[in-house]
Ligand binder design. Structure first.
Ligand SMILES: [Zn+2]
Length: 541
């Protein structure tokens, strides 16, 4: 027998959820060619990996990634490939880098500058989604990437930051953007209904758009309108959109129950997801295993304050009368999910700020900053920060209960995702205090929740990281260790695997992920990145 690569003596967990078994794996031309006993003496191979004592599993699929915003700057995807992730699913929460409407160029420049790391700028050479996919294909990447189109960019391209329903023409325009993306190989559409301008869309508008996705058997993934007290209503909106549009299925992004008053509601959310599946509507959710969320600082303010873009937001903060209204809406949570109302200033932590005046507070809560400044009302501090930082800046919010996290993790319809970018250990992409999930999601589930807390068998956790997300996307040649499948493989130490990053010191590689193979090529060898880019752009067929 002749192979390019042989994995010997591994404890194979094949991704089906079945118990482990001992076997060797032979890889040839990027595919899994043989699983069974391979006699090294009778085999020609350029490389043998001895994986005695290690688990060999399909490469992990990160079903919820924002790596599309960092791959153009660094395609080694260090923080994700070191977790064993071989496929990233990007374009989440309504955010994607296409389409770009050249007639509204200045809006996109603003939007991209808000999203780019300090000192870096996107070189946008595309307008349509299909042009964008062709460009990223040329960039190459260490892992495979599957794309969704983000509704936020679709709405921005058609109607800017307008807070109103679309005209007939604008709706047609949005649908044509969707058709272009789906024909180019997008797997579906994502929405982020707490973010502007997409938050201005009513259910019916999102439904109309999703009907276009349904024509291509695409998926609808949503960062729902409310993850706090109204979480059940917000999940129901996803169900209605999926049911009425007839699309292939829906997914609740980074499912959580946010804010103490709502803790425990995961019993009801999971039951709603179960019942909906029982009546033939396919709904899944994804999750990261931490009790803090992370997002942009301006998300603390009600969506109406974002109307017209960041400059208008700043003008409003400078107008004492409007500022009073913002304060009232924020403290009372009027017409939006207010983090401040639900969890309080002491649970809102600054993750990134750029000015000299404020960057020293990264890692601190806004309550602590207010105290340090001798300011009684933390709202005043927030306004000052946003004005000085030109509405940029990130935060983490401590909003979740461990019981809900474990209950959701064990849910029958739960898949895992980092909800993070792919960043290196140094340089501007790793600026500030990024959420530790960027580096630790998958190792943390395997180490903390499976090995230490024993909340589910290892085989079940691996199924939710591999064949389940592959099936969700319709990827028929990945997610399982089976002959004929693409050779995306991770080899890890089940006794050592664990995340290392914390909220105060987040930029740290996990432990125990020894080898990562993408399309038959060894990207991580004995824990070291080899700097090769064998990933492919995966397109829906
Ligand atoms: Zn999100």
């Amino acid at each position: 027998m002749e192979f390019d690569l042989v994995i010997k003596n591994g404890k194979v967990i094949d991704g089906t959820g079945n118990p482990w078994f001992n076997a060797d794996i032979g890889i040839s031309k990027g595919k899994i060619f043989f699983i069974g006993f391979i006699d090294a003496k009778k085999t020609e191979t350029s490389k043998i990996i001895d994986s005695k004592g290690l688990v060999v599993s399909p490469g992990f699929i990160d079903i919820h990634s924002h790596a599309d915003y960092t791959i153009p700057f660094d395609s080694n995807v260090v923080s994700t490939i070191h977790q064993g992730i071989t496929t990233l699913v990007v374009g989440m929460c309504g955010a994607s880098l296409a389409p770009v409407n050249p007639k509204k160029k200045e809006l996109f420049d603003k939007e991209f500058s808000m999203a780019s790391p300090p000192g870096l700028e996107f070189n946008v050479t595309w307008s349509s989604f299909s042009e964008y996919l062709d460009e990223v294909e040329k960039m190459s990447c260490s892992s495979n990437v599957a794309h969704f189109i983000g509704f936020g960019m679709v709405r921005l391209a058609a109607m800017g930051y307008e807070n109103r329903p679309p005209t007939k023409e604008e709706l047609q325009q949005m649908k044509s953007y969707i058709r272009n993306a789906m024909e180019a190989g997008a797997f579906g559409i994502s929405t982020g209904l707490i973010y502007t301008p997409q938050a201005y869309a009513e259910t019916n508008e999102v439904l109309e758009i999703t009907k276009e996705v349904a024509k291509y058997d695409g998926l609808y993934f949503s960062h729902i309108r409310n993850e706090g007290e109204l979480v059940l209503e917000a999940i129901q909106e996803v169900i209605d959109i999926v049911e009425k549009s007839g699309c292939k299925g829906g997914q609740i992004a980074h499912h959580k129950v946010s804010g103490k008053a709502s803790w425990g509601l995961s019993k009801e959310t999971l039951q709603l997801i179960e019942e909906t599946n029982e009546r033939g509507i396919s709904i899944t959710c994804d999750q990261y295993p931490y009790n803090r969320g992370a997002t942009s600082l301006i998300t603390l303010l009600p969506p109406w304050t974002h109307e017209g873009g960041p400059e208008k937001l700043i003008e409003r903060l400078k107008d004492p009368k409007i500022k009073e209204k913002i304060k009232k809406d924020l403290y009372e949570g009027i017409n939006f999910e207010s983090f401040v109302k639900n969890i309080g200033w002491e649970c809102v932590y600054i993750s990134s700020l750029e000015t000299e005046k404020w960057s020293k507070y990264m890692g601190k809560s806004i309550a602590e900053i207010a105290q340090d400044k001798g300011e009684d009302d933390a709202f005043e501090v927030l306004c000052e920060i946003l004005i000085d930082e030109e509405a940029k800046g990130g935060m983490t919010v401590e909003s979740m209960d461990e019981e809900d996290i474990e209950r959701i993790m064990n849910g029958r319809y739960t898949i895992f995702g980092c909800d993070g970018a792919a960043i290196p250990l140094t340089g501007p992409l790793s600026y500030g205090k990024p959420h530790p999930r960027y580096f630790g999601t998958f190792p943390r589930i395997l180490g903390r929740y499976v090995r230490e807390k024993k909340i589910m068998p290892l085989e079940t956790a691996i199924r939710k990281m591999t064949s389940f997300p592959a099936q969700r996307l319709g990827l028929t040649d990945r997610g399982l260790l089976k002959t004929g499948m693409c050779a995306d493989i991770v080899i890890f130490d089940p006794n050592r695997v664990i995340d290392k990053g914390t909220f105060t010191d987040p930029v740290q590689l996990p432990e125990g992920i020894e080898y990562v193979i993408v399309n038959g090529e060894l990207v991580i060898e004995q824990g070291k990145h080899k700097g090769i880019l064998p990933g492919k752009i995966l397109r829906r067929v």
